[in-house]
Design a protein around this ligand. Structure first.
Ligand SMILES: Cc1cc2nc3c(=O)[nH]c(=O)nc-3n(C[C@H](O)[C@H](O)[C@H](O)COP(=O)(O)O)c2cc1C
Length: 126
């Protein structure tokens, strides 16, 4: 497991939205979420999101747990100029009970479940 810290935490805090990529039977499947709905659970190796729909993402994760997130912001300094982005990769599942659902429902009582991602690796793009 890897921990989201440093520039990766800055990006997760600053990004307006997050792209969520899973693997479906016909190839990659993209979904989206608001950046400020993403919660990094201490010490930083787990990320959770409130889930309303996400039916295809859930089906995909049952068959193949690999998941990737992309976050980016012009407000975070890149290597050469303002603006950075990153890909965070790991394994994911949608849970409908337990401690992670309780955590997302603290802020999002409407959530039918929590998308729980365990972080394995991260890379920057700029
Ligand atoms: C910026 C953004 C924010 C979103 N926020 C939510 C959200 O808070 N809750 C939710 O259930 N879906 C949200 N969605 C919609 C899901 O990404 C969408 O339902 C997606 O198709 C996932 O469903 P699927 O896995 O069945 O394709 C958001 C999408 C975008 C682009």
């Amino acid at each position: 497991m890897a921990r989201i810290e440093g520039v990766y935490r800055e990006l997760c805090d600053a990004t307006e939205y997050v792209t969520i990529v899973t693997n479906g039977p016909d190839g990659p499947h993209l979904a989206g979420h608001w950046g400020n709905y993403m919660r990094i659970v201490d010490p930083g190796d787990v990320v959770i999101f409130p889930i309303g729909r996400f039916q295809r993402t859930e089906q995909n994760l049952r068959a193949n747990g690999n998941i990737q997130l992309m976050a980016a912001s012009r407000k975070v300094q890149g290597t050469r100029s303002p603006g950075q982005g990153c890909v965070i990769a790991g394994s994911g599942e949608i849970v409908t009970e337990g401690e992670y659902l309780d955590l997302v429902r603290e802020k999002f009582p409407w959530a039918r479940g929590a998308l729980v991602m365990r972080v394995a690796s991260m890379s920057t793009q700029l």
